[in-house]
Design a protein around this ligand. Structure first.
Ligand SMILES: *[C@@H]1O[C@H](CO)[C@@H](O)[C@H](O)[C@H]1NC(C)=O
Ligand SMILES: *[C@@H]1O[C@H](CO)[C@@H](O)[C@H](O)[C@H]1NC(C)=O
Ligand SMILES: *[C@@H]1O[C@H](CO)[C@@H](O)[C@H](O)[C@H]1NC(C)=O
Length: 308
């Protein structure tokens, strides 16, 4: 098993062979990073607003390049941030997981073809780097020797803040502007990239690529960080459950079942209205009741479940 992992990380070793009975696919490219918008600024605002009222933040603890590993001593010098795990089961955040998975999977299929699966996504981290404690994270890689980090393949960081909401120092010249920087350690010092600071922009990179977050000197930088581990062939979920929102509707038509389950967000194209429309159709509501039922459902879903 362990052998497969390392084979997958060495592109030159891949020739579409079969390893222990499984197909191993050659990467189509092996870029050290890929920048893309993954969320819209409006979606970022919704995530920020909900996170502020719902998530429990703690100080980040970091040692030898790994995050949140058990038994690892905090080194405040290396990472200064607050973070919170993002629940996978709540309706609102499951939409975020779904959306990010779909786009990350599509990109991975075009570039690296790491054997990742929905079930190998770790819990996302909502991170806050604040000027109040010169929040930052010095050069590091996300793959470690601890069991929790050893099979990380792909790292993704999504900017949630507006670029204007903070300033960060660039360590070399003491000046502004960039926050997340990715580079290859072996191409030291010049080859690398400064990640975009626009809300919703993401940078994806193989987890062994060296990167850092330069210290924030004004405001706060909020981001979502995801790690995708290799699917090593054990029992992992290869399907992502569709977000399900349970809402109550009062209607004589369905008085015996007043709790309805609406499945929403199965694809990028499935809007809340589509989902409600399908529900109303499936239950055969008479035409004169449809708009009132749709309105009730829309209000209930928006307030109770939160639509991304
Ligand atoms: C990942 O993308 C590939 C290629 O589009 C697709 O065949 C596969 O079903 C996707 N996997 C999941 C779990 O969404
Ligand atoms: C990132 O921006 C800083 C500040 O302008 C610059 O000095 C540095 O060379 C840039 N790094 C890369 C990899 O482009
Ligand atoms: C989503 O809608 C667009 C435009 O209507 C269409 O081109 C695309 O194929 C649809 N995607 C899916 C996954 O249905």
């Amino acid at each position: 098993m362990g052998r497969c992992r390392w084979l997958l990380l060495s592109p030159w070793a891949l020739h579409g062979a079969t390893v222990e009975g499984r197909d191993v696919r050659r990467p189509l490219a092996y870029p050290r990073f890929e920048a893309q918008p993954l969320l819209t600024p409006a979606q970022c605002r919704k995530v920020r607003r909900r996170a502020a009222s719902e998530l429990q933040f703690t100080e980040a603890t970091v040692g030898s390049g790994s995050v949140g590993s058990h038994g690892v001593k905090a080194q405040r010098g290396s990472r200064r941030a607050k973070f919170a795990g993002v629940p996978k089961t709540s309706f609102f955040y499951s939409q975020v997981y779904r959306l990010l998975w779909d786009r990350i999977n599509a990109t991975n299929e075009k570039l690296w073809r790491f054997a990742i699966a929905p079930g190998t996504m770790e819990f996302m981290q909502y991170s806050i780097y604040a000027a109040s404690d010169l929040g930052g994270y010095s050069w590091h890689e996300d793959v470690g020797f601890h069991s929790e980090t050893a099979s990380r393949a792909l790292s993704v960081s999504v900017q949630l803040s507006e670029g204007a909401a903070y300033e960060a120092k660039f360590w070399a010249d003491g000046k502004v502007r960039y926050s997340q920087v990715v580079r290859s350690r072996w191409d030291f010092p010049r080859i690398g990239v400064n990640a975009s600071r626009d809300a919703g922009q993401a940078i994806m990179f193989p987890s062994h690529v060296t990167h850092r977050v330069t210290p924030v000197t004004r405001g706060e930088r909020h981001s979502l960080v995801l790690w995708l581990q290799l699917d090593t062939g054990s029992e992992v979920d290869r399907e992502l459950p569709a977000p399900v929102c349970n809402v109550q509707v009062a209607s004589r038509r369905i008085s015996s079942v007043n709790m309805v389950e609406l499945t929403y967000g199965r694809t990028d194209n499935c809007t809340m209205q589509d989902s409600i429309g399908a529900f109303v159709e499936a239950h055969g509501f008479p035409a004169q009741h449809q708009s009132s039922v749709k309105r009730q459902l829309g209000e209930a879903m928006t307030s109770k479940c939160g639509v991304l």
